[in-house]
Design a protein around this ligand. Structure first.
Ligand code: TYD
Length: 385
């Protein structure tokens, strides 16, 4: 049944220049299954369109480095193995970290531009979507892996069964698989509606994953929670007949209930967040204040389009990613500029659309704040810092 609807929306990472064609709009509507508690988008945009101009690059940030450290220590506690395959390895940032810690690494990613970056740094990366065919060819070139990691990839996958079946091709009986997903329960409780966009085809609960794995050769044996990206869980999988005992975390997560009521409360909270930011920005602009955006995240596209902001309200959005700079925020006429613009322009307010990096952003903008720029965090509830 439908539980959340933002209508027709642009693709969140479709950053195009003023003269470039953009990829158009698609419905952004979430359907919920009360039986297995899985939530999915009502339509799946063709991956060829969705990822053809992919500008998401794993953020180079203290928060991310800290997360990599946590992942590394989790893995070394779980396996003595030293080989890792990362599915959705992006530009190889995590592989590079793991390689520098003595791991034998390999990546697979569909974005040609990002594979080239990774390979140029000697991080072996296969270009393609993870499926039976690429899994087999990766295995025949590089062998099986002690550990397979898929961070924030599973929610992009439409054919789950093939994904899980393909894991058998690249693992051996003692391998572990770490699937990190945004945790749906955290998203719902905090009203993080801006993490709903076309790339995220599903919103994962542990019950839904458990139901999917029922017919497969894998089972969840442990779940670890991380604060990254507004709340994520790493589900650790092993082969069904592995000797590994099932950690008590699995039963605890299986108890967390998501119902139609949870989604309807979330929907109301999302509407409140949208109305609050709209009201805040239009009041400030009508009083003559300048408002800009900070962080052209995919979330910024969702929030800005839900609020129907234009350049009159949000003058520009700063972002450190060169691929996004001098493009327009999808669906709007708002330009993306370099981060130095904050100090050059000294706006009155910078609405932070990368709220998941809040502590880091507040800390690194001490100078701008001392010069009067106020940072506005719209999630979980509007707050000015
Ligand atoms: P991110 O939250 O990683 O993901 P998503 O696009 O899935 O919502 O995106 C954060 C964006 O914010 C990314 O484009 C980099 C940018 N950013 C800055 O410009 N400055 C910063 O200090 C930080 C932490 C991020």
């Amino acid at each position: 049944m439908p539980v959340f609807d933002l209508g027709l929306q642009p693709l969140a990472n479709d950053f195009a220049g003023p003269d470039e064609a953009h990829s158009g709009y698609a419905p952004l509507r979430v359907m919920f299954c009360p039986r297995c508690t899985l939530a999915q988008l009502s339509v799946v945009v063709d991956p060829e369109i969705l990822y053809r101009r992919y500008s998401y690059v794993t953020s180079i940030s203290e928060t991310m480095l800290d997360h990599f450290q946590k992942l590394m220590s989790l893995l070394s506690g779980e396996t003595t193995g030293t080989s890792v395959l990362e599915i959705g390895s992006n530009d190889g940032r995590l592989l590079q970290y793991m390689q520098s810690h003595g791991m034998r690494v390999c990546g697979i990613d569909p974005a040609q531009n990002l594979c080239e970056i990774a390979n140029s740094m000697n991080l072996r990366t296969v270009c393609g979507h993870f499926n039976k065919e690429t899994a087999r060819s990766t295995q025949s070139c590089f062998g099986s892996f002690d550990c397979v990691l898929a961070r924030h990839v599973f929610c992009h996958v439409d054919n789950w069964r093939e994904f899980i079946e393909s894991l058998s091709e690249v693992t051996h009986p003692d391998s572990i698989v770490g699937i990190e997903v945004p945790y749906c329960v955290d998203m719902l409780n905090r009203g993080e509606f801006d993490t709903i966009y076309h790339e995220h085809t599903s919103y994962m609960t542990v019950q839904a994953m458990d139901a999917l794995l029922k017919g497969s050769s894998f089972r969840i044996y442990k779940i670890v929670r991380f604060p990254i990206h507004g709340g994520a869980i790493m589900m650790l999988l092993c082969h069904r007949d592995s000797q590994r005992s099932t950690d008590e975390s699995v039963a605890a997560y299986l108890k967390e209930q998501v119902t139609t009521q949870t989604w309807s409360e979330f929907s109301a909270l999302a509407r409140t967040n949208i109305e609050e930011l709209k009201k805040f920005v239009s009041e400030k602009v009508s009083l003559g204040s300048t408002v800009v955006g900070f962080g052209a995240s995919a979330k910024s596209t969702v929030f800005i389009n839900a609020c129907r902001f234009t350049r009159t309200q949000i003058r520009f959005i700063t972002d450190t990613t060169p691929q996004k700079q001098w493009k327009l925020s999808p669906g709007t006429d708002i330009p993306i500029v370099d981060e130095g613009a904050i100090l050059r322009e000294l706006p009155d307010y910078a609405v932070c659309f990368a709220w998941n990096f809040r502590d880091e952003i507040v800390a690194k903008n001490t100078l701008a704040r001392s010069k009067g720029v106020r940072f506005v965090f719209p999630i979980p509830r509007l707050e000015i810092v």
